[in-house]
Structure formats: C-alpha cells, structure tokens
Design a protein around this ligand. Structure first.
Ligand code: SF4
Ligand code: SF4
Length: 422
C-alpha cells in the first residue's frame, strides 16, 4: 500500500513504524473473514481492512474525529486478523498507534475519559479490585439483572476446597532445585487466587519453586490498550526491576498463568526497545516469559497422576493465547493426553467479547460475542468450559450453564480426585 504520511507524524518513531506496517498491507481482505466485529456487524469499517484505511487516512491528513474513534474503539484488539494475514501485517501495533493519535488530536467526551481513567485507577491495583468486588457483590440485589448475572461471585466459593486438601496432603511450600518467577497479576490474584496457588502446587510437585516478586504487579496491558502508553511502560519497568535480581540469580523463566498478561510480557522487548536503560532487560524478560503450557508436557501431567477419565470439556482458546502468543492447540493437546474429551467448538478463532476492558466499554458488542461463543462452547454438552485467561473466564462464567474454569484448576481437580480415589 502506498503511503504519504503527514508532517506531524512522518519522522517520529511511531510514524515510521506505522508507515512500514501500512506498506505491508496488500488490501487482499483475507483478514476480514476472520474478524469477529465484521462477522457480527457486517460493515467493512468494522473489519481490519476498513480500520487500516481509516488509520492510513488519519495519518496522511492529520484529521482525527468521532468516526475513526468509533471504529477503532469497536476493535477488540483480538489479533485474529494477524493470524490470518498472509503478508504479516502487524495490525495490533498499528491500531495502538492509531488510537494514540486519535486520543491526542480528538480528545474524548468527558464522561468517556472519566470511565477510562476509573478503569485505569482500579484494575491494576489488587486492593482496589478487592474493595470494588466486595461492594458490588453486596449491592448485587440493587443491580439490573443484566449486570447482576454477569458479576462474578466474590470470593468465589469452592466446596470442599480440593486444592487446599491436596496441598495439605502433599505440601507445596518447600524449596525445590529449580526456580521460576510467577506473575501473580492484578485481577486474577483477587478474583481467582487459587489459579496461581494451583500453579505453585503443580510445579512444586515437579520440583520447580515458583517465586512471586512482591513488587511486581499489573503487566501494563490495560493501560496500553486504553492508550495510556506511558503509564503502561511504567508498569513494565516496575516489573522488570522487581524480577531482575531473581533473573540474575538464575530464575529459569517467568510463568504467566493468565494468557492476556503473558502476551503483554512477551511484548515488553518491543514496547521498551527505544528505552536505553531498559531495552536489553525488557528483551530478556520477554524471552523468559512462558505460558504454563510451554513448560508442562504430557509426561509431566502423567507423572502427576492426572487423569481426565473421559470427562467432557469445551476448551475456549483465548485470543491472547492463540493469536497473541501463537500457542493455539497446545493446551488442548495436553488435556487430551491425560484423557479429557474435548468437544468440538465451532469458530474457535473468534473472540468471546471479553478483550480486557472491552466488555465494560462496549457492552452490546461484547454481549453478542459472548452469547455466540457460549452457544458454540455448549453445543457439545460439556461438563465444564475450560480457558486460560481470567478475562474470558469472568466474562463467560456469568451466563454459562456449566462451570467455567482455568485449565490449571481442571488439572488440579483431576489430580485431587485421583488422590482421593486411592
Ligand atoms: S483485532 Fe480483532 S476485532 Fe480488531 S480488526 Fe483485527 S480481527 Fe477485527
Ligand atoms: S489480510 Fe493482511 S494484507 Fe490482506 S487486507 Fe488484511 S491486513 Fe491487509
């Protein structure tokens, strides 16, 4: 695609990056067929090719306004289009640059700005999430049904706590010969803290201690996706500072159990590449970032005594796992290897509508996508829906007819059941 970027951006780092991305696009439109918003709405401007045109036009004329903001806001940043694109167009980065330009040149209405600021204030801080979730759960009876049904129970009840029983029997606090860092995250650490407890337990039984650096926190994805890039970069630098002593001491990897956060940490190297103080460290951190499915093998699960006994489950592959980290199929293969039966799920490449803060900021589209996703996931009559990202888990759980679990919880429950059967 030929480009002629306007003076305001042409010679900046973002301008050069956007120019290279735009030039790689050949207008073929293959991406449109796999875009969830285009599939749902049927408007070319609600698909990747249309949005690429809008961004190009804005960067060439400098004219930003409500129209371009509307269509860029409605993009989920799911990156399904990147997986489909034969020309390797880095759409995710392009839309990030496009959104920053809109934010700069056409400020949002005040109410919009307050909503986004509030999200950025609450979500990255576990204590604030804790307070908010407790208050909302108490006020559930006052809420319209639409919101009340979607609000996750907090704290989530699990009776009896199989993880605790299992941990009591086997123990997971001892130190093991191998060490990996664990990103505890923000939302997941409050809403489903047992996911990381499970990871500690499972990895401990494999001889790996998971260490959480207390100063590390939000991965920076929320701020980055809400066009507060500097704030996002500060979160990344804070995490790098927290992890660096452990990396120097020999931590083998940085384990990230939420795939959305994992995709972000794997991008630290790219995001901080122009920061002379952090570029090298950020690159190293990204190299070390791992989803648990990159560390655990089928032989490990068998060694842990995990058996699915043909239990029927539907796997929801988060966009951040399959498009962001390109790890589609890995978790499914592990689950099959230990005898879970995975029911077929139509349109597995399409986003469930969670997409970070999208479900809060674009509720109508998010709900339509969630309903379609739940129909596809429940068509095979599974006993549970299994996923790998806290955002998808919360978004789907509110309206699902069956439990929605993180896949590590599924493994732990299977291991515990085996243990009690002996
Ligand atoms: S990121 Fe997702 S929603 Fe956005 S244009 Fe690409 S496929 Fe469509
Ligand atoms: S598939 Fe790639 S090259 Fe084709 S229109 Fe989409 S982004 Fe452009």
């Amino acid at each position: 695609m030929q480009t002629r970027l306007a003076d305001f951006i042409r010679d900046t780092a973002e301008g050069k990056e956007a120019d290279a991305i735009l030039r790689a696009c050949v207008h073929c439109g293959f991406c449109t067929a796999t875009c969830p918003t285009y599939q749902l709405i049927g408007d070319e401007l609600d698909g990747p090719r249309g949005r690429i045109y809008l961004i190009k036009q804005m960067l060439e004329t400098g004219a930003a306004g409500d129209t371009v903001r509307h269509y860029l806001d409605r993009c989920l940043t799911c990156r399904s289009c990147e997986t489909t694109c034969p020309s390797g167009v880095r759409y995710g980065r392009l839309v990030e640059i496009g959104r920053a330009v809109v934010e700069d040149r056409a400020p949002r209405p005040l109410v919009d700005r307050i909503k986004r600021r509030a999200l950025r204030w609450v979500v990255p801080e576990p204590r604030r999430i804790h307070v908010l979730m407790s208050v909302l759960n108490r006020l559930r009876w006052l809420m319209p049904t639409r919101y009340a049904t979607q609000l996750p129970s907090f704290p989530r009840r699990r009776e009896p706590s199989q993880i605790e029983l299992d941990a009591r029997l086997r123990g997971h606090d001892e130190t093991h010969p191998r060490t990996m860092l664990l990103l505890e995250g923000c939302v997941q650490s409050v809403v489903t803290p047992h996911v990381n407890a499970t990871a500690r337990h499972l990895f401990g039984r494999l001889g790996i201690t998971l260490v959480a650096a207390p100063e590390a926190g939000c991965c920076g994805a929320l701020s980055t996706h809400l066009s507060a890039r500097d704030e996002g970069l500060d979160y990344m630098r804070r995490n790098i500072d927290a992890w660096w002593p452990h990396i120097e001491a020999g931590a083998e990897a940085i384990l990230v159990t939420a795939s959305g956060c994992g995709a972000m940490v794997k991008d630290y190297g790219g995001a901080l590449r122009d920061d002379p103080r952090y570029a090298d460290k950020a690159r190293r951190v990204s190299e070390l970032a791992r989803d648990p499915c990159e560390v655990l093998g089928a032989a490990d699960l068998i060694r842990l005594g995990i058996k699915g006994h043909g239990r029927r489950i539907a796997f929801q592959s988060p966009c951040s796992l399959q498009h962001g980290q390109r790890l589609g199929g890995r978790i499914e293969a592990l689950l099959r290897a230990v005898d879970f039966e995975l029911v077929p799920v139509a349109d597995g490449h399409l986003c469930c509508g969670s997409a970070g803060s999208y479900s809060v900021l674009q509720p109508e589209t998010a709900e339509a996508l969630r309903d379609n996703k739940l129909t596809a996931l429940q068509a095979g009559k599974p006993e549970a829906i299994v996923t790998a990202n806290i955002g998808c888990q919360m978004h789907l759980a509110g309206m699902s007819e069956v439990p929605v679990m993180h896949w590590l919880e599924t493994l732990s429950e299977a291991a515990t059941a085996e243990l009690w059967a002996k």
